[in-house]
Design a protein around this ligand. Structure first.
Ligand SMILES: C[S@@+](CC[C@H](N)C(=O)[O-])C[C@H]1O[C@@H](n2cnc3c(N)ncnc32)[C@H](O)[C@@H]1O
Length: 280
């Protein structure tokens, strides 16, 4: 019995076999933990630190020449840390996120600041609009959590939603980051200081590497007295060439590469890189 459960816990699924992002971001307990990480200005968990976000917004405004005439869509906007700052530069901003808790925080913050941001609560894989954008953002490597089919869905949407001279800016994990990942397995009582549940639980974590696909899986099995649930966090790692191939399949051209979404120069040794794309 226990042996069978342990075999399941340690089993390696096919790449992107399960999509459980909502268990992480929209579950009542974990979304609260995630929001507190977003709002901690000193750490790079859920959102990057406050100084980075400020530098990033300054660069974005200048690189894309944002003004009150610009419309921006932020996919996976979280509590609106970029959206609010971009709206302060008078851009017209739409933010989409499926975490009700984060969107509620974003709406309240925009209300306090008198910022007319259009926040949409929903799954961005199903988002649709008649509006067309000068700039589309997907920040903090959210693109890497998606399967190849989901990424194609998003890139097709981006191509459709862009104005003719518009741009996409997103960041991804690099092959340098992939090389640094190692497989691991372990468990802990109330793993991550109660992150997964307010009740007593055993948290099992398995890290699997898929060498051919350049994918890493962080598989979390949370064992509580009445239930066992499994959360799959997928990480797709990219070369600039692989990005070119995926983007061109949706009529987009990766025009520029940087080390990050603050416009720092591209460095092949960086564990992440950012892409600026346009319609091809
Ligand atoms: C790593 S956080 C980054 C948040 C924000 N971009 C930032 O950097 O501050 C990823 C965000 O994407 C949202 N998200 C993940 N998958 C989503 C989906 N399928 N539809 C809508 N939002 C999603 C999560 O709720 C979370 O707020």
């Amino acid at each position: 019995m226990l042996f069978r459960e342990l075999e399941k816990i340690n089993s390696r699924p096919e790449p992107f076999e399960f999509y459980t992002a909502s268990d992480l971001w929209t579950d009542d307990h974990t979304s609260q933990q995630m929001l507190s990480f977003h709002l901690n200005e000193d750490i790079d968990v859920s959102s990057r630190n406050a100084k980075f976000i400020q530098d990033s917004v300054t660069w974005i405004v200048s690189r894309f020449g944002l003004s009150e005439a610009s419309s921006v869509a932020d996919f996976g906007c979280g509590p609106g840390l970029y959206a609010a700052r971009l709206a302060e530069h008078r851009a017209k901003v739409t933010g989409i996120d499926f975490s009700r808790r984060s969107i509620q925080h974003a709406i309240a913050a925009a209300g306090k600041g008198g910022l007319p941001i259009n926040y949409v609560h929903g799954n961005y894989l199903e988002f649709d609009t008649e509006e067309r954008f000068d700039l589309i953002l997907m920040i903090m490597c959210d693109f890497c959590a998606l399967s190849p089919a989901q990424r194609k869905t998003m890139l097709d949407k981006f191509a459709l939603f862009l104005k003719p001279n518009g741009h996409v800016l997103l960041d991804v994990y690099s092959l340098t980051g992939f090389a640094r990942q190692e497989e691991a397995a372990g468990y802990e009582l109330n793993q991550l200081n109660g992150f997964w549940s307010p009740k007593r639980y055993y948290g099992f974590s398995n890290i699997f590497k898929y060498a051919d696909e350049k994918v890493v899986l962080h598989k979390h099995t949370i064992v509580e007295p009445e239930r066992i649930r499994t959360v799959y966090n997928w990480f797709q790692y990219f070369s600039p060439e692989a990005i070119n191939v995926e983007f061109s399949g949706s009529g987009l051209k990766a025009a520029e590469f940087y080390s990050d979404v603050a416009g720092n120069p591209f460095d092949p040794l960086s564990t992440e890189f950012a892409v600026v794309a346009e319609l091809s």
